[in-house]
Design a protein around this ligand. Structure first.
Ligand SMILES: Cc1cc2nc3c(=O)[nH]c(=O)nc-3n(C[C@H](O)[C@H](O)[C@H](O)COP(=O)(O)OP(=O)(O)OC[C@H]3O[C@@H](n4cnc5c(N)ncnc54)[C@H](O)[C@@H]3O)c2cc1C
Length: 338
């Protein structure tokens, strides 16, 4: 087969997924691993190719092939520049990142690298997460990776930006790296990862059960639903925090509560005093934990096939919540754990 023929045939099929190199794997056991993602992409690609072969339809350049290389890939780390850091609560911060391309400085007097902001869509869907790599250590074998969930909406994603809300732990390995980040520093990210996909109006009720930074995937999902006039799903968020100073995205939740279909209840497990003086107008704050009785109270009287449950928190929180909703009778297929 000559080269032109081969190019003609290749044009019928979607582009072959890019195979990661050994150096793209950080070796720190991150989940999902770049090689697992590549394998899934390969299976999907083969399926698409065989569909094309047997249906005699051809691959549509305009509908599927991107005219640009994606700015972020699930299998390869890409560089992003830190645009700003904003303190959110005593131990959480919002970091805004921008997609960039690096090129050598044009000015012969000044050596080094120039970073150009790339303002194109990132294509991150609500509820998906990204993986950050700590690049302080040159030794690939000791690279560190952690998952973080963008809280920003499509407006940011369309200009190559995303925001993450990160809690810093005193003894946390990645927390130490993040703590030292400064404006304009370059950080490596890959993604998006995660298989949550939302179809408007497919359930009557969406119950969100979260603790601490587990609010991160819930917020953009809730925002996208309430802002969609055609989506009539009722949202109910049960949010577990220690005290008032640990309530994350508090202003944002108040904004969501202005919509007819969003209601939030905040549970504070470590408050001794009365809560009325610190509760804001329109806010629903309760003392205690989200236990079986609280979950039952919400689910009682609802058609459980019409309820979809999202869970995101610590391991023990997730285990408890899944047990509670299953015991009431929510079908397994109606539960998503982030
Ligand atoms: C899919 C996914 C999405 C995530 N999204 C976010 C996000 O948007 N924002 C965010 O801040 N984090 C998020 N995380 C958690 C994040 O990936 C890290 O685990 C966290 O930042 C701690 O990393 P570290 O290296 O600093 O701490 P490590 O060195 O891993 O842990 C040190 C110590 O910190 C404490 N610690 C660490 N993580 C937790 C935790 N989750 N709960 C309670 N104590 C903990 C423990 O005491 C632990 O012993 C997400 C995790 C997953 C799996």
């Amino acid at each position: 087969m000559n080269r032109e023929n081969q190019q003609d045939i290749e044009a019928l099929f979607p582009p072959h997924p890019e195979e990661p190199q050994e150096s793209d794997c950080c070796g720190s056991g991150c989940s999902p691993c770049v090689f697992d993602i590549y394998h899934l992409q390969l299976v999907e690609w083969e399926k698409q190719c065989s569909e094309i072969l047997y249906s005699e339809r051809c691959y549509s350049e305009t509908s599927d092939r991107r005219s640009y290389k994606p700015l972020i890939s699930p299998v390869k780390f890409s560089q992003f520049q830190l645009l700003s850091v904003q303190q959110h609560t005593h131990d959480t911060f919002v970091y805004l990142f921008q997609a960039i391309t690096a090129s050598p400085k044009k000015d012969p007097e000044h050596h080094g690298t120039e970073y150009i902001h790339v303002r194109r869509p990132l294509d991150i869907k609500v509820g998906q997460h990204l993986i950050m790599k700590c690049s302080t250590n040159e030794n690939q074998n000791s690279a560190l990776t952690r998952a973080y969930t963008p809280i920003s909406d499509l407006k940011y994603s369309n200009v190559g930006q995303f925001e993450v809300l990160i809690k810093l732990y005193e003894s946390g390995k990645m927390s130490k790296y993040i703590q030292n980040l400064k404006k304009n520093d370059v950080v490596e990210w890959r993604g998006p990862c995660g298989n949550f996909s939302y179809v408007p109006n497919s359930y009557r009720h969406l119950l969100m059960l979260c603790a601490g930074t587990g609010i991160a995937p819930m917020y953009p999902i809730a925002k996208s639903i309430v802002e969609n006039d055609l989506d009539e799903t009722f949202l109910h968020l049960l949010f577990a925090c220690k005290g008032f100073e640990d309530i994350l995205l508090r202003d944002e939740m108040q904004q969501l509560s202005l919509y007819w279909n969003f209601h939030a209840e905040i549970f504070l497990s470590q408050v001794e005093s009365t809560i009325e003086s610190q509760t804001r107008y329109g806010e629903c704050v309760r003392k205690g934990r989200i236990d079986k009785a609280v979950v039952n109270e919400y689910l009682v009287g609802k058609v459980l096939q019409q309820v979809f449950v999202l869970v995101c928190g610590t391991k023990s929180f997730n285990k408890d919540m899944i047990n509670y909703v299953k015991q009431v009778g929510v079908p397994d297929d109606n539960i998503h754990l982030f």
